[in-house]
Write a protein that binds this ligand. Structure first.
Ligand SMILES: [Mg+2]
Length: 492
């Protein structure tokens, strides 16, 4: 196990797996069982749907993935029978009160509970159901397979994917789909590239050609064409069709949002197809590609929020160990060598945005907080708290989605201000990230020319000294925004 002193790109991608899954799930929740939507139909975390979800609330897909992720986050081997017992026990507990347990999963878990509630009992119930009905290839094991990808060893990941699938879904199609998708997610965490074919060699030889043809088919058709997406095969095809379309349309991490919206517009089992797509998109593009507007509202069983999913993914990728600073489980990120000064200062172009350091976080009375650095679990505020993945290091791999993240962050500040909230914007020492983001906010949302905005913010903050890569990003982003306004004036 390698220990990196700071989050790295692969940490962002590992954190993206569960966050992406949950984002797709919660995005699709309000549209489940609906007809396909037009390509330009807006899609949002609206909640509602057949089960009356709250906006941003995830459903069974994420709830069933969480116990797998929790085991992976302890560094457990997911092939271990005792670990599988714990996962089944957690599912049985969840299914007692959950409204939306899939038909096949509910039958298997109920039968397993009558026979001791172990993994062996679940497996036997899944096999019996398959032999009795000949139909056990629902999409319910594929939707939760993403956290299996954290296993470093591809052979272990293959074995675990099939083992966890067969706890509820005995059909070969379900197991094959889980192997393909798990290996694709693992590869995406390592490489940044979504490739659904990477796992084909891990399937039994006699079934590889069929799956290769199914993936080809998915690339030539649209998500809505896979209308039988309650079946694991068409669910996987719908998810891959969404990802392929989005990646072809975008050169950057904007593909994550677009891919999830495409999956939802495909209709029918929208939350599950988008959850499946989200695991792979999150692995390829990282947690930093998930819009903060979604992260703010994302929540669900068992009482978790977006930052908890980031922590689980991070720990799983690190074999259960926090990094050298204690992140993501440590109570405080105090940056032990030194203490930054208090520097709470009103933004020169919006006095209800307060600019500060991590020390200012402790005593803030702001209604909302935007953190541009890692924080400890005790430093999280009960108020609306947006945690941003922005590393103050001039290396492209440190901030793979830099422009997207900066724009998303200033849009989040503007959204909080539109809700009439006072916002604390802070990083460690208000030196580089805070003045940069504050200046971009003034440029994009308060109509201040960016050079002027930066000069005013730097003058207001005694320690300010924004790094060059951030200054360059501000110029790039504001130039691009100006061009977009010139090209389509009504869009501004
Ligand atoms: Mg669901």
């Amino acid at each position: 196990m390698t220990h990196s002193p700071r989050p790295t790109v692969s940490t962002d991608r590992a954190a993206g797996v569960l966050l992406g899954l949950a984002a797709g799930d919660a995005l699709g929740a309000g549209y489940e069982f609906g007809d396909p939507l037009p390509d330009d139909a807006p899609v949002g975390m609206i909640g509602g749907g057949g089960f009356g979800w709250a906006p941003g609330e995830w459903t069974d897909d994420t709830s069933m993935a969480v116990p797998i992720a929790q085991a992976a986050a302890r560094g457990a081997d997911l092939r271990d029978e005792a670990v599988l017992d714990e996962i089944v026990a957690a599912w049985i507990t969840w299914a007692r009160t959950a409204a939306d347990v899939g038909v096949q999963t509910r039958a298997v878990l109920a039968e397993a509970e009558r026979h001791g509630g172990t993994a062996a009992a679940a497996r036997a119930a899944a096999q019996a159901l398959h032999e009795r009905t000949g139909r056990s290839a629902g999409n319910g094991s594929l939707m939760r397979t993403a956290p299996v990808a954290y296993l470093h060893d591809p052979v272990a990941a293959t074995e675990a994917a099939r083992a966890i699938s067969s706890l509820t879904h005995w059909d070969d199609d379900a197991g094959d789909a889980c192997v393909l998708w798990t290996l694709a997610i693992r590869h995406a965490i390592l490489s940044g590239t979504p490739d659904a074919r990477i796992g084909l060699p891990a399937l039994p030889a006699a079934r590889r050609e069929r799956w290769a043809a199914l993936l080809d088919d998915a690339e030539q058709r649209r998500p809505r064409d896979f209308a039988r997406n309650g079946w694991v095969v068409e669910a996987l095809q719908g998810a891959w069709s969404s990802i392929h379309g989005a990646v072809s349309a975008h050169r950057d991490a904007a593909a994550l949002r677009d891919g999830l919206e495409r999956a939802v517009r495909g209709g029918r089992d929208t939350d599950t197809v988008a959850a499946i797509a989200g695991g792979l998109l999150g692995a390829a593009f990282g947690a930093s590609a998930v819009p903060s507007a979604w992260r703010r509202v994302l929540h669900g069983h068992p009482g978790l929020r977006a930052h908890d999913l980031v922590a689980l993914g991070t720990l799983a990728a690190r074999g259960g160990e926090p990094d050298d600073t204690g992140w993501p489980t440590g109570p405080r990120m105090d940056y032990l060598d030194w203490y930054p000064e208090r520097s709470l200062t009103p933004h020169p172009h919006d006095p209800r945005v307060l600019l500060g350091s991590i020390v200012d976080l402790d005593e803030t009375s702001a209604d909302a907080v935007v953190s541009l650095c890692r924080i400890g679990t005790d430093q999280r505020r009960a108020t609306d708290h947006v945690e941003v993945w922005l590393i103050d290091r001039d290396e492209p791999e440190a901030n793979p989605n830099l422009d997207l993240v900066l724009r998303d962050t200033v849009d989040a500040i503007a959204a909080l201000r539109a809700d009439d909230k006072t916002v604390l914007l802070h990083c460690v020492a208000a030196q580089s990230r805070t003045p940069s983001v504050a200046a971009l906010y003034a440029a994009l949302h308060r109509g201040v020319p960016v050079e002027q905005a930066l000069a005013d913010v730097v003058a207001a903050l005694p320690a300010a000294d924004p790094k060059r890569f951030l200054r360059e990003a501000l110029t790039r982003i504001t130039d691009q925004a100006a061009r977009a306004t010139t090209e389509s004036p009504e869009a501004s």
